[in-house]
Design a protein around this ligand. Structure first.
Ligand code: NAD
Length: 353
């Protein structure tokens, strides 16, 4: 319901129209839910899929039926995109290939999706004087200088905490994992340049790891059998199938998790910124697997993720609230409720999936 929310100046929020590209994905589905339930805004929900927002689109009698419209279109090649951006007050671009298993195995698709396909979105926002909130990634921070020092060097810790303006170090070209970060960085540079030269108003969001219900897919159930989703969905899949968790390269990679519903609160502030199963555990709950075997040739990773809350605290007064344990519980409970039966069927009848 349109609530008594106010903007950062304390004024009632004026209804606006938002063109949300990638609205049918994980973040988009949560953002659409929040916008419908707690704001008066209208959403043009643009995506090639709508399974994750179906509950918001049907039945048409829902109280927000006249505030959300789904537009099934591929932004690669659809002339309707400019019209939608022009009719909206704000565009939020979430569309991207963003599962690490694709970065080194489908580098061309990754670069096209994260850079080339985003170009018209930036161009139409700039030419039509529309604000853009663009989703980039924390991976554009790359590796730390510390990762190049010997493991026992005391300098490692000091350098890791060089926070605000870290040098941006990506792995070599043949480590195709960095195609994603590099494409995201180039689109960020383009948006920044459009701002500097043509006055584009923009906000760039670099999420660390936002997790929760509806993230990615379970291979062989609502996604390809050979597909590799992001880490929590991989672990859920192993748990649901009662397999050991696969720990890539000894499980030393680090992530910085935040619960999707906390993160969506922050996105809402950016929009108005104008001013579990009960079964016994396995004997071997985890196994080691090499990154080459798990993700294929050319995989690499950031050595350390170092989130800095200074700017978001100062500008939006936002802090996450949900603990890692609470967010794991709610996400894994959702995964279990949604997929347990289908996985049992798939395991008992492997040729059918
Ligand atoms: P997601 O894959 O769940 O959603 C992306 C959506 O974009 C999908 O529904 C997909 O169908 C749609 N899409 C992709 N290409 C399209 C095209 N050509 N035309 C129309 N629709 C298209 O991903 P997400 O987790 O919701 O992430 C959204 C954004 O946030 C991405 O840009 C991603 O790089 C960034 N991000 C997310 C995280 C995270 O923790 N979830 C972390 C870092 C960055």
């Amino acid at each position: 319901m349109a609530s008594g929310r106010v903007d950062l100046d304390g004024n009632p929020i004026k209804p606006m129209t938002i063109c949300m590209i990638g609205a049918g994905g994980f973040i988009g589905s949560h953002l659409c839910e929040k916008l419908m339930a707690e704001t008066p805004h209208k959403v043009f929900a643009v995506d090639v899929y709508n399974d994750k927002i179906k509950h918001l689109l049907e039945p048409s009698s829902l109280q927000w039926a006249d505030r959300i419209q789904f537009h099934r279109l591929n932004i690669k090649n659809d002339s309707r995109l400019e019209g939608l951006i022009r009719m909206a007050d704000l565009t939020i671009n979430l569309a991207a290939i963003c599962t690490p298993a694709d970065y080194n195995t489908r580098p061309l698709d990754t670069i096209y999706s994260n850079f080339i396909d985003a170009l018209p979105v930036v161009k139409y926002c700039s030419e039509n004087g529309k604000r853009l909130i663009h989703f980039s990634t924390c991976e554009i921070y790359g590796k730390t200088i510390g990762s190049f020092l010997p493991k026992d060097s005391p300098l490692r810790q000091n350098i890791m905490f060089l926070r605000r303006m870290p040098p941006c170090i990506f792995g070599p070209i043949e480590k195709q994992r960095w195609s994603y970060a590099c494409a995201k960085q180039l689109i960020e540079r383009l948006i920044y340049a459009e701002g500097a030269e043509n006055g584009l108003e923009f906000t760039i969001v670099r999420p660390f790891n936002w997790i929760g219900p509806r993230m990615d897919f379970i291979p062989g159930i609502d996604g390809p059998s050979e597909g590799v989703p992001r880490v929590l969905a991989c672990f859920s899949n192993n748990l649901l199938r009662r397999e050991p968790l696969k720990l890539v390269d000894g499980g030393e990679s680090q992530r910085t998790f935040i619960y999707i519903k906390d993160a969506i609160e922050a996105v809402l502030l950016m929009i108005v910124y104008t001013k579990v199963s009960g079964e016994p555990s396995l004997d071997s709950p985890t196994i080691d697997i090499s990154s080459k075997e798990f993700y294929g040739e050319g995989y690499d990773d950031s050595d350390k993720r170092i989130p800095d809350m200074t700017i978001i605290n100062k500008q939006l007064g936002w802090n996450p609230k949900t603990s890692l344990w609470d967010l794991l519980e709610s996400t894994l409970t959702y995964q279990h409720r949604t997929y347990a039966e289908a996985i049992k069927k798939a395991i008992s009848n492997p040729t059918a999936s």
